[in-house]
Design a protein around this ligand. Structure first.
Ligand code: HGY
Ligand code: MN
Ligand code: MN
Length: 420
């Protein structure tokens, strides 16, 4: 039995992975980028060390497989994403992949083989930074990938299909990454909470009850560019002031409704010169709520608002929903097993909803899912100050190990011969 501290190793590996970025001086690692290639190679080497065979699927998901006693048995999936937002924290995504590898490494070192196989997935794109469509990796596994998205181009005009090809994937074979739900036992993801609840309750981990739905929209206001010095104020069709009116209305609308969050994260004014009235503005809108009906009603209300602002100012307004995900409840059975494992470490186990989206929300389309949250300092995330304590990582690894072992003690129906 090795005396290496698995939690310490996880923290060292998180630091090593965080040094792989496509931007100098800050952590940014996007879908199918050269940095993602380096990350897959490094994480793949850790998977091999843990006794896994390593592969990549057609969209670039990294997959480590640890066989079970019965090769015909189903597979249990663990994982999270390896891509990041811009100027990211180190833990959002990688913590889930690297703790999963630590769990398999312990099985391997102790020569424990569960009745079923385990696969650890490093998803290729959960944040959607490069193409504004999110969950590309998990959608490929779930069979919900939209082939139309292959035509989307990034800020440098590189299409998604070209990016996948240059990464070593195969845009023509994305559907080969689709998993047969009959061969899956479930999916579990360890992730930082990205919120303040566990810290307020002095608890290292918590069990996720549901993952909030989200709608991501691209909004464009089109007016007329003009001379900043010679165009009277009453003759302008200024796209940026229209956007500004809309953005403050988004904020006040979300503040007025409990449980609703709405964010304009990106904005671009064209042509982008200080002495030219902006003729076109593109912005992104992210709307979320635990209840889908409240979210969709808010999206409709904001679209009407954008239309009214455009009409009033003599501009056109274009509204494109680029991503929509329903809220996803976690599996009661798997969550109870996680909570049972957590009770070895806590008097009371907190169950909490996730306002952030996760690959588990997509995997929930094809298999039961569960998530274990790890306390993070100040609830900070999507920021370089994101941080977790090594002792909390140790608890998370122990809870996940307990979860896998109790799953292993259950009776597992092997798929009938015809599935093999
Ligand atoms: O935006 C989210 O909720 C997640 O971090 N992708
Ligand atoms: Mn994440
Ligand atoms: Mn994130």
């Amino acid at each position: 039995m090795s005396n290496i501290d698995p939690a310490g190793t996880v923290m060292e590996r998180i630091e090593a992975l965080a040094r792989i970025s496509e931007e100098p001086g800050r952590l940014t690692r996007t879908f199918c980028s050269p940095a993602m290639r380096q990350a897959n190679d490094l994480v793949g080497s850790w998977m091999r060390e843990a006794g896994m065979t390593v592969s990549e699927d057609a969209i670039g998901n990294l997959i480590g497989r640890y066989p079970g006693r019965d090769e015909r048995a189903k597979t249990f999936l663990l994982g999270s994403h390896l891509d990041t937002v811009r100027d990211a924290g180190k833990f959002d995504g990688p913590l889930g992949v690297i703790t999963a590898i630590a769990c398999v490494q312990q099985l391997h070192q102790n020569q424990v083989q569960l009745p079923f196989a385990i696969e650890v997935i490093g998803f290729a794109d959960e944040e959607g930074v490069r193409y504004q469509t999110t969950y590309l990796g998990s959608k490929a596994l779930a069979g919900t990938f939209n082939e139309q998205d292959l035509k989307r181009v990034d800020s440098r005009g590189v299409s998604m299909a070209e990016a996948i090809k240059s990464f070593g994937g195969d845009p023509g074979k994305i559907n080969s990454a689709k998993r047969d739900p009959h061969n899956l036992l479930g999916y579990a993801e360890v992730h930082i909470e990205q919120g303040p609840v566990l810290e307020k309750k002095y608890q290292p981990v918590g069990v996720v009850s549901a993952i909030a739905g989200q709608t991501r929209i691209k909004v464009r206001f089109t007016g007329r560019a003009g001379h900043a010095g010679t165009t009277p104020m009453n003759l302008r069709q200024d796209a940026l002031t229209a956007a500004a009116e809309f953005i403050t209305a988004v904020e006040s609308s979300a503040r007025a409704q409990a449980g609703l969050v709405a964010t304009v994260g990106q904005i671009e004014a064209k042509p982008g010169a200080s002495n030219v009235i902006p003729g076109e503005v593109n912005l992104t809108l992210d709307v979320r709520h635990q209840l889908d009906a409240m979210r969709t009603a808010a999206v409709e209300r904001l679209q009407n608002l954008a239309n009214q602002i455009g009409e009033k100012r003599g501009l056109t307004m274009d509204w494109e929903i680029v991503h929509e995900a329903q809220s996803v409840p976690c599996s009661r059975e798997l969550s109870d097993m996680l909570a049972k494992g957590a009770r070895q470490h806590l008097m009371e186990v907190t169950e909490l909803p996730s306002g952030a989206g996760h690959d588990a929300a997509v995997m929930g389309d094809i298999t039961p899912v569960a998530m274990l949250f790890v306390r993070c300092k100040g609830g900070i995330s999507h920021h370089p100050d994101e941080s977790v304590e090594v002792d909390d990582v140790r608890v998370a690894i122990e809870v996940m190990n307990g979860f896998l072992l109790s799953l292993g003690n259950q009776k597992h129906p092997s798929p009938s011969k015809k599935n093999v």
